[in-house]
Structures are given as structure tokens and as C-alpha cells.
Design a binder for this molecule. Structure first.
Ligand SMILES: [Zn+2]
Length: 350
């Protein structure tokens, strides 16, 4: 090893004692710390617990049956009562937060069903708060599940090109967030990636004395191929184009920090990196740069790959699940939004 400014620190890290470093007979033996389950547990640096996890739930209108998502085994589109039952089961397993997504009765150009006080998400918030009162309820704020075009905002025509208009979208997100808060949500979680939406939602909540409702901002949300299965679950596939004019380019690291800094400035209580697994470097850098709690979204494609490979017997599913969740926490996430949450929690051995 070349001598550098850090050589003293490096010596300390590898356990080298300087006056013995030339003794070729000395072998430093890190394996002593791996000899038994007990020793390994004692020196384990990262432990994932059920209360680190946020469990996503998809809620459909009453008239629809409960359906398992084909590409996401173990994940369901559920009616309100079933979502409440899922939340109860998750709470009993040690999970302390759910994140709700809604599939509405009808869709239109502006996603107006999303602020219906009797909508699936509003009803599920009320039901969970009533029957599982200690569960923290978070509600995803975005328009794509509620618009007939499947985009996250209002579509305008600019010289023959369709685009999502940022500033026309903000008031709609505010309405939706206020509606979820009025139903009893503890946190609203804007996932749209419009500029200025955290400040707009914060203002809308505060004007209505909803000061206690927090904002978990999808701060660095990348335009990712890993969202594929989610679109089946949330029925939110864009009918034309893609989301690259508002979600981030996967190649950009500095921009992720800039987006997060803006959300912090605008009043976010929790920031987020999404997806998680291909963005562990972003999670680490965000953790090192901001003091706020950091969430990471272990997204649908990451989940489906594990399930599909395990189904074929190619990997040990539970073991890979544990390794993935540990890696996300080790990278610096305080909270992990994951479809594995219930399976992890029910098999957790404190
Ligand atoms: Zn969206």
C-alpha cells in the first residue's frame, strides 16, 4: 500500500500496529469476529427492523374484487375493509406505517376523483385510523392514478407537443393533499416531481390549520424501468409519451442532491430516494448531506425480480430479500418503503 495522508487512519482500520507492520509472521485475523452466530450478532453494524419499513397498499372502489397483482405475488388491489385488515395484520407484525395508493371509480383529464372525500384512499385512511389507530398512515399524492392520460399532471399542448404543465398541476395536488389530510392522514407523500409542490402543499395544509400533517417528499425520483409492475398495480401507465420531462435522469447524482435541497428548503419533513437498489450511492450521499429522515423506495421491479427468480429456484428469496433491505439501510436509509414489508416482519426474529 502506498503511503498517503491517510496511512495512519488506514493502519487503524486494518488493525495494523505500526511497530509490528514489518513482521511478516503477523496475520491480522478479522475472522475471529465471524466465528459464531453470537459473535456475528454482537458486531453486526446494520439491523433492519419491522418498524423501519413502510408497507404500500393499493385501494380499489367497493365494487371491485380483491385481486393479486400478476407481476407482484403477495401484493393485492384491495377494497377498503381488506386494506384495513392488511394494516391490522401488518401492525400486529410490528410494522408502524402504511403508504396508500388509490384506484378511483373514474378517471378524467385532471384527476378530479382524487379529492373525492369518499374516494378509496380517503375511506381507507378513515378506516385504518379508526381500527388501527396507532398505525401511521401516509398517502401518496399524485395524479397519474386518477387521470385518463396516466400522466402525473395537467396536459397542455405546446405547438403540437403535449406536455405536463407544472403550475396548473400544483393546485390539483394541493386539493388532493388537503383531502387526504382531512380524512386523517398523518403524512402526505407527493410523488409527482412538479417543481414547487412541497411548498404549495405545505402552504395549503397550514392555511387550513393542518400543521401537524407531515410531508414525505419523493425528492429524488428517477425515471426508471423498475416501475413497470407498479403500473399494473396502480393502473397508471401513461397513454402517450413517458415521464422524462418531470422524473429525473438516472444518470444524475448532483441533480438528486439539488432536488432534495429544494424539498428541504420548501418544508419537507422526510425526503426520499426512489428507486433504491440501483441508487444506493444516491442514498448514501443524501444521508451524508442532509439531517432529515431519509426514506428509500424499494420499488416494484426490484420486488418482482426477487419473486420471479425465487419462483424459478434461481435464488433463495427470503435470503435475498434480507440482503437487499440490509443494503438499503446500510446505504443510509432510515425508512424503507417495500412490498416485502409484511413477509419480512412476519418472519422477523428480534
Ligand atoms: Zn404519478
Amino acid at each position: 500500500m502506498t503511503k498517503t495522508m491517510n496511512s495512519t487512519m488506514t493502519d487503524a482500520v486494518v488493525g495494523r500496529v505500526s511497530n509490528l507492520s514489518n513482521d511478516r509472521n503477523l496475520i491480522v485475523r478479522p475472522r475471529r469476529l465471524r466465528r459464531s452466530d453470537g459473535i456475528r450478532a454482537m458486531v453486526r453494524e446494520t439491523v433492519v427492523r419491522p418498524d423501519d419499513l413502510i408497507y404500500p397498499l393499493f385501494v380499489v372502489p367497493q365494487g371491485r374484487p380483491r385481486v393479486e397483482i400478476g407481476s407482484m405475488p403477495g401484493v393485492f388491489q384491495s377494497r377498503v375493509q381488506e386494506a384495513v385488515d392488511d394494516a391490522r395484520r401488518a401492525y400486529d407484525a410490528g410494522i408502524r406505517a402504511v403508504l396508500l395508493f388509490g384506484l378511483p371509480e373514474f378517471k378524467d383529464a385532471i384527476g378530479s376523483s382524487s379529492w373525492d372525500p369518499t374516494g378509496p384512499v380517503q375511506s381507507a385512511i378513515e378506516g385504518i385510523k379508526k381500527h388501527v389507530p396507532d398505525m401511521t398512515v401516509m398517502a401518496d399524492v399524485c395524479l397519474c392514478e386518477y387521470t385518463d392520460h396516466g400522466h402525473c399532471g395537467v396536459i397542455v399542448d405546446r405547438n403540437g407537443t403535449k406536455d405536463v404543465d407544472n403550475d396548473q398541476t400544483l393546485p390539483l395536488l394541493m386539493k388532493q393533499a388537503v383531502s387526504f389530510a382531512a380524512a386523517g392522514a398523518d403524512f402526505v407523500a407527493p410523488s409527482d416531481m412538479m417543481d414547487g409542490r412541497v411548498a404549495a402543499i405545505r402552504r395549503a395544509l397550514d392555511e387550513r390549520s393542518m400543521n401537524d400533517v407531515g410531508i414525505m417528499a419523493y425528492s429524488a425520483k428517477f425515471a426508471s424501468g423498475f416501475y413497470g409492475p407498479f403500473r399494473e398495480a396502480a393502473e397508471s401507465t401513461p397513454q402517450f409519451g413517458d415521464r422524462r420531462t418531470y422524473q429525473m435522469d438516472p444518470a444524475n447524482r448532483r441533480e438528486a442532491l439539488r432536488e432534495t435541497a429544494i424539498d428541504v428548503e420548501e418544508g419537507a419533513d422526510i425526503v426520499m430516494v426512489k428507486p433504491a437498489l440501483s441508487y444506493l450511492d444516491i442514498i448514501r450521499e443524501t444521508r451524508d448531506s442532509f439531517p432529515l429522515p431519509l426514506a428509500a423506495y424499494n420499488v416494484s421491479g426490484e420486488y418482482s425480480m426477487v419473486k420471479a427468480a425465487a419462483e424459478r429456484g434461481w435464488i433463495d428469496g427470503p435470503r435475498v430479500m434480507n440482503e437487499i433491505l440490509t443494503s438499503i439501510k446500510r446505504a443510509g436509509a432510515d425508512l424503507i418503503i417495500t412490498y416485502h414489508a409484511l413477509e419480512f416482519a412476519e418472519n422477523y426474529k428480534g
